[in-house]
Design a protein around this ligand. Structure first.
Ligand code: ZN
Length: 223
């Protein structure tokens, strides 16, 4: 038995740390806050990659899977239980399932939180996920209005909620150019209204193509 295996066994039997998703005792706590069964249960959602063919400001959306089951539990633990270590494996899943969407993009842009909310939480989960995607992370956007969480609102109120909520983080220097192809990154897309609001700002500023990659999506088909 290796030292690491021994340490895992000792930690598991002494402290019985629960998996952040299924709450079963972690057999290998040194390997992360979520057990391998939970990770294995998340199917790789390549089917959730979808071109929108110019119907929206967002040109192409992708997600690992639907916002349900263990994936939902893991995102919940990352965001509300502040288990930031989960961003690395979750972001790695996004990188795998969103490989086509990331190919050819120049930068990734995390969907910003309002400064007040980021201060409360201590971090922006979208930023943590964006750092796992293998492209430069550029905070091009800022949230200029504090908004109610989209997930708490009825569908018809969500567009209104995020209207004018975002702006360019800074005016680009004269002569400098914005990236041509950008991937917006967030943890969950509920109706797509937040991503759409961000994409509109980017397109108005001259970005040619805006793709969006999230860990999970609430609805399929229509965004
Ligand atoms: Zn588990």
């Amino acid at each position: 038995m290796t030292l690491r295996a021994l340490a895992n066994t000792l930690l598991s039997s002494l402290f019985e740390p629960p998996c952040a998703a299924c709450a079963q005792v972690l057999p290998h706590p040194l390997d992360g806050a979520v057990c391998e069964h939970c990770w294995a249960s998340i199917r790789r959602g390549v089917a959730l990659n979808e071109h929108l063919h110019g119907r929206h400001a967002v040109d192409w959306v992708g997600a690992v899977d639907l916002y349900e089951g263990r994936l939902r539990d893991i995102i919940h633990a990352l965001k509300y239980e502040r288990r930031r270590s989960l961003a690395r494996p979750l972001g790695t899943l996004m990188r795998t399932s969103g490989a086509q969407l990331l190919a050819g993009a120049e930068v990734v842009v995390p969907v910003p939180l309002h400064p007040r909310r980021e201060q409360e939480r201590g971090f922006n989960q979208a930023d943590d996920l964006a750092r796992q995607l293998g492209l430069p992370v550029v905070p091009l956007l800022r949230r200029i209005r504090h908004t109610t969480s989209q997930i708490e609102l009825p569908a018809d109120a969500r567009n209104q909620n995020v209207r004018d909520a975002f702006d360019l983080a800074r005016i680009p220097d004269p002569g400098s150019r914005l990236p041509t192809v950008i991937v917006l990154v967030d943890d969950v897309s509920t109706t797509g209204a937040t991503l759409e609001a961000c994409a509109k700002v980017l397109k108005r500023s001259g970005v040619k193509e805006v793709r969006a990659l999230t860990a999970a999506r609430v609805v399929t088909g229509r965004r």
